[in-house]
Design a protein around this ligand. Structure first.
Ligand code: ATP
Length: 387
């Protein structure tokens, strides 16, 4: 889809503010004290596993479900008591919900007809939005005569033609194949920036969230765990859940015992691992990470991204941690390969192995390095330890 470079009417920019929102369905708490501030024109993505409360957030904003407590402000106005039609919010769902008996033109025109706009005004707006989405040639067709990607564009057109204040999208790409999803996510982002509409987009696809969001909120069990730029969420995850949810393959976690002797050391917390293998012991940690000395814990979790583990040739000099392990598995994905290394009962995934693939022989022992600044530290309860 090509977004045409035509001038569209500026949509009034609007902030969206959710304050301490709680939503209960009987005994089930779907959202608990949930807060979110979205700036005018921002593309905000909520990311989280199935059932974490993402759709409930959208339904509360649109007024499709009553809230238990809290406040929702659109453009500075408290909308808690406003009916859905007066909130000026447009929603696009996973199933496009197009009217099958209407052609594309009438599907897009429908919300304007409901608002009783004049025929020439309706025509002008439909033509403009169709041109913007590059679907002008499809206006006479019925939904069953167009592809899934085209249906999605029609659904976007029908939502945007009203020129709403807020645009809510509920997993709008989930019905498309992988290639089309990747294309559409770029185009939706371009469209959003061009029109400048404040947008809240929800997904459980981390790649979609990372590529589209200005800021991304990671949710679990009705709570916001972290709200930051995609880069910050990737580089500085606030806890182990966020760390494991972002990045493919996900971050590796290894449990270590803290040994407080002359210097602070970490030893792999694995009784099956060879204790005499010095490669399992990380020494002089307090020099590097002064905060560890103060945390008062006995155990700690190291988080390491698969791309940050480097294969080392023999005694190659390396400024960082060294680990020795057995290569358990190598998976070839064409443009990259992923290997798994076993360390006692633990295992680690490495994702940048293609250039050294000949060294990755299943069953062979190998040495790996991790640069000091590539380590993430988590307490045994999974909270990030700032270094
Ligand atoms: P998914 O990604 O699967 O769509 P989600 O993150 O959007 O999930 P929600 O649909 O918001 O999750 O649901 C949050 C929780 O509230 C879930 O436990 C769900 O079962 C529950 N829930 C949602 N709607 C209702 C309802 N109408 N009645 C009772 N429970 C509900």
């Amino acid at each position: 889809m090509q977004i045409k470079s035509i001038q569209v009417e500026a949509i009034i920019l609007t902030t969206l503010s959710i304050r301490n929102l709680t939503k209960k369905y009987g005994h089930l708490t779907a959202l608990e004290n949930f807060s979110l501030e979205i700036s005018s024109g921002e593309f905000m993505v909520l990311l989280g596993p199935s059932g974490c409360g993402k759709t409930t957030v959208l339904r509360c904003i649109a007024g499709l479900t009553d809230i238990t407590s809290g406040e929702i402000h659109i453009g500075g106005e408290l909308v808690n008591k406003l009916p859905p039609k007066d909130r000026d919010v447009a929603m696009v769902f996973q199933n496009y919900s197009l009217y099958p008996h209407m052609n594309v033109y009438d599907n897009i025109a429908f919300p304007l007809k409901m608002r009783k706009l004049q025929k020439n005004q309706i025509n002008e707006r439909v033509q403009k939005i169709a041109n913007l989405l590059n679907i002008s040639n499809l206006l006479e067709r019925k939904p069953k005569e167009i592809s899934g990607g085209q249906m999605q564009r029609v659904a976007l057109g029908r939502a945007l033609v009203r020129e709403p204040k807020i645009f809510l999208m509920d997993e709008p790409l989930s019905n498309l194949d992988a290639k089309l999803r990747t294309e559409m996510r770029v185009e939706i982002k371009k469209l959003q920036k061009k029109v400048g509409i404040t947008t809240l987009y929800i997904t459980h696809d981390q790649a979609e969230a990372m590529s589209m969001a200005d800021r991304v909120g990671i949710m679990n069990a009705g709570k916001m765990l972290q709200l930051d730029s995609p880069q910050k969420v990737y580089n500085e995850p606030t806890n182990q859940f966020v760390a494991s949810f972002i990045g493919v393959p996900p971050m590796n976690f290894l449990k270590f015992r803290i040994i407080r002797e002359k210097s602070l050391c970490l030893e792999l917390d694995d009784n099956t691992a060879d204790k005499h293998n010095v490669e399992f012991i990380i020494r002089n940690l307090d020099v590097l990470y002064s905060n560890i000395a103060d945390i008062g814990e006995e155990k700690i979790i190291l988080g390491i991204r698969p791309k940050d583990i480097i294969f080392l040739e023999g005694d190659e000099k390396f400024e960082g941690f060294r680990l020795k392990g057995e290569i358990a598995y190598v998976e070839s994905l064409g443009d990259e390969s992923i290997a798994e290394i076993r360390l006692g009962q633990s295992s680690l995934k490495i994702s940048n192995v293609l250039s050294k693939i000949d060294n990755f022989v299943v069953g062979k022992e190998a040495t790996f390095g991790i640069k000091y600044d590539k380590i993430n530290l988590f307490s045994s309860s999974g909270e990030r330890i700032r270094m």
